[in-house]
Design a protein around this ligand. Structure first.
Ligand code: ADP
Length: 428
């Protein structure tokens, strides 16, 4: 395995496919693993993306898992590490972005890294350290109502500084606009001034491309998926996005949604308005011990043959707050995730082979329940969301793999309002 391998650690599953997608489009040959593999990679790749579900777990657990991923990536020859988090910098005051970055820096023996969640193609831009979602500051966007990681401060220097003992600084737009040499000089100046992490402004793909050469010497990059656009695979000249050609799609179609983000609420509403068959999962019924997953699956059996079905817990902020007030944030999230994971397994048993899962945490729960180990990245549906293919929805049965599953893992705020209606067309 080449020393030039880019080793990526993603803190959720939708984020991992988002990063893998951008790397593929940039010309990397990418393997995405679900969790940390037991054995060697055994694949010809320029980048490996290890998908963790570590965004909202206790910080100490996130650190342990990330260090284990680092150790495995290093054993496979990774020369540079890319810690991928959400383009809306989803975290709590305790972490996990700061603690994981600290632990990776300590393990790598490095005294400097950047922090850049910018993803201009999805309207996430950073100016003077402030993160914008579309035309709104982060704290004014729907992210202020996120069920697990409400973001109430748009100043990323402040947000990150609250999560680390290291000094956090800024590479601001005046520098980024001058290009790679200016960024390199600014990094040297910040290091000399005792700064260890620098939030880095970017408002366009051109900015990300300027950044790339200046980041080549850093053992650790921390970023959203956007920064990948500026990187170059070390082993060869950049090719033109050679996304894998996936096997022909077959089987029934379904959408499972546990995201309560603004975009997902719009997508659920649009799907229902277009006449799509939809089943709402009620968290209070779950808390009362009702077997909602079985009810959902009995319902889906009746509707699957007629077209894609949607099973969703997606709800507007007021409804989510009411449920959380009754059940607590963590319990509400876990109950819904467990139910949707059970629904996902049942749908696959009913013959679903084209599946969209909406929500980062939700995707983690569903993909883990399906026991998928590896994903191939296929065509892009929307920025940040590719169709992927898992060789089998379950472990091999009688030594024979089943026909595999096409999966799209959609981060909450990605995709246009017709995403659930049009995404399956991309597989045709
Ligand atoms: P996103 O990608 O939009 O951030 P996630 O799946 O990461 O979506 O997070 C959404 C969280 O909200 C999950 O833990 C999910 O179980 C939880 N959730 C979903 N629906 C509801 C609901 N109706 N009430 C409370 N929590 C919910």
């Amino acid at each position: 395995m080449s020393k030039a391998l880019l080793g990526c650690i993603a803190d959720d599953f939708t984020g991992a496919t988002d990063l893998a997608n951008n790397l593929v489009r940039t010309g990397f040959r990418v393997v995405q693993t679900i969790g940390i593999p037991d054995g060697p990679l055994n694949a010809d790749a320029d980048a490996v993306v290890v998908s963790l579900k570590s965004r909202t777990i206790p910080a100490a657990d996130a650190v342990t898992q990330s260090l284990a991923a680092l150790a495995w990536l290093q054993s496979q020859g990774a020369g540079q590490i890319y810690f991928k988090y959400c383009s809306t910098f989803d975290s709590t005051a305790q972490g996990n972005i700061g603690p994981v970055t600290d632990a990776l820096m300590d393990a790598l023996g490095t005294d400097f890294t950047i922090a850049c969640p910018a993803f201009p193609e999805n309207a996430r831009t950073i100016f003077k350290g402030y993160l914008f979602v579309g035309d709104e500051l982060l704290h004014e966007s729907g992210m202020r109502n996120h069920p697990l990681t409400p973001m109430t401060d748009s100043n990323l220097v402040r947000v990150l500084q609250a999560q680390t003992q290291r000094r956090v600084g800024l590479i601001d737009y005046c520098t980024v606009a001058q290009g790679a040499d200016a960024i390199t000089q600014r990094i040297a100046a910040l290091k000399a001034a005792g700064v260890s992490m620098a939030v880095t402004d970017a408002v366009s793909n051109d900015d990300l491309r300027s950044m790339g050469p200046a980041l080549a010497a850093l053992p650790l990059i921390t970023a959203g998926s956007g920064v990948a656009i500026g990187l170059t695979p070390a082993q060869r000249e950049r090719s033109q996005g050679d996304a894998a050609t996936l096997p022909a799609a077959q089987g029934l179609r379904a959408i499972v949604s546990g995201s309560c983000s603004t975009a997902t609420n719009g997508q659920v509403a649009a799907f229902i308005a277009s006449g799509g068959a939809a089943f709402a999962v009620n968290p209070m019924q779950l808390a009362q011990g009702e077997d909602v997953a079985s009810n959902a699956l009995a319902w889906s059996k009746e509707h699957l043959l007629a077209g894609p079905v949607l099973i969703y817990a997606t709800a507007e902020p007021d409804a989510v707050r009411a449920v959380q007030a009754e059940l607590g944030v963590e319990r509400a999230g876990q109950l819904v995730e467990q139910a949707l994971a059970a629904v996902t397994c049942g749908l696959v048993q009913q013959g679903v082979r084209q599946l969209i899962v909406a929500g980062g945490e939700t995707s983690g729960a569903c993909v883990q329940a399906l026991d998928i180990k590896r994903l191939r990245i296929g065509p892009q549906i929307a920025p940040g969301v590719p169709w992927c293919h898992a060789p089998s929805p379950h472990a091999p049965q009688n030594g024979q793999y089943m026909e595999g599953l096409h999966l799209a893992l959609k981060s909450g705020n990605f995709g246009a309002s017709d995403f659930f209606i049009t995404a399956f067309d991309v597989l045709k």
